[in-house]
Ligand binder design. Sequence first.
Ligand SMILES: [Zn+2]
Length: 243
Amino acid sequence: MARTTRRQIMLSGIAALAAPLISRGAEAQQVRHIVVTRANVAQPYMGLTFDDGPHPSLTPLLLDTLAMRGVRATFFLVGRNAARYPQIVQRIAAEGHEIGNHTWSHPSLLGWSDGGVLSEIDRTSDAIAAATGSPPALFRPPYGNFTQRQAMMLYEARGMPTILWSVDTLDWQRPGSGVIAHRMVQGATPGAVILAHDIQGPTVRAVPLALDGIEARGMHGAQVSELIGYPRWRAEGLRVASR
Ligand SMILES: [Zn+2]
């Protein structure tokens, strides 16, 4: 099946399932987020997400930058890397960033059995919990390769929503830090979920420049769970839209 077709299937699911973001009350509690590409949020908040780490030197460098700028991000960790660098995993959590599950060995999960999928995810959640004390709430499939049925299966089996992205920096092509920073800034619109990789040197070196541009647009970085209000709403730092 073509990638576009899969994405369209997922997007059709999102239209029905994703929540209006900064809404509160009982209806907001009942909304299920099963597949998310972006948040429906009017406020100037967006999410920077970094996949495939932790990397032994680049992830700490990125954490230094984020701490200096007071920005929180979301890290979708590969389980085998998390198991190898538990002290970095612990630091990511300790510094207020969100950690998501990005499978143990980074396979394309299309065509996998449900048991195989859950095994990749559970092993990763265990490694993250061993380092941080808590299992991650969010899942991102490698390459975005996950069917709507698999996303439903994961949500029902583990309560984990599948988080895709609305802006792809294509940083794995290593186009240079200036280009990556420009793509991040251009993509930084309310509710955007921006995909990048903290295992890429040019990406990590692009972040200070990107944050300059993002701040100049009046935008602020937030964790994905803050953007979508899952699994719990963290209201600090976010303002409710006037009605
Ligand atoms: Zn990945």
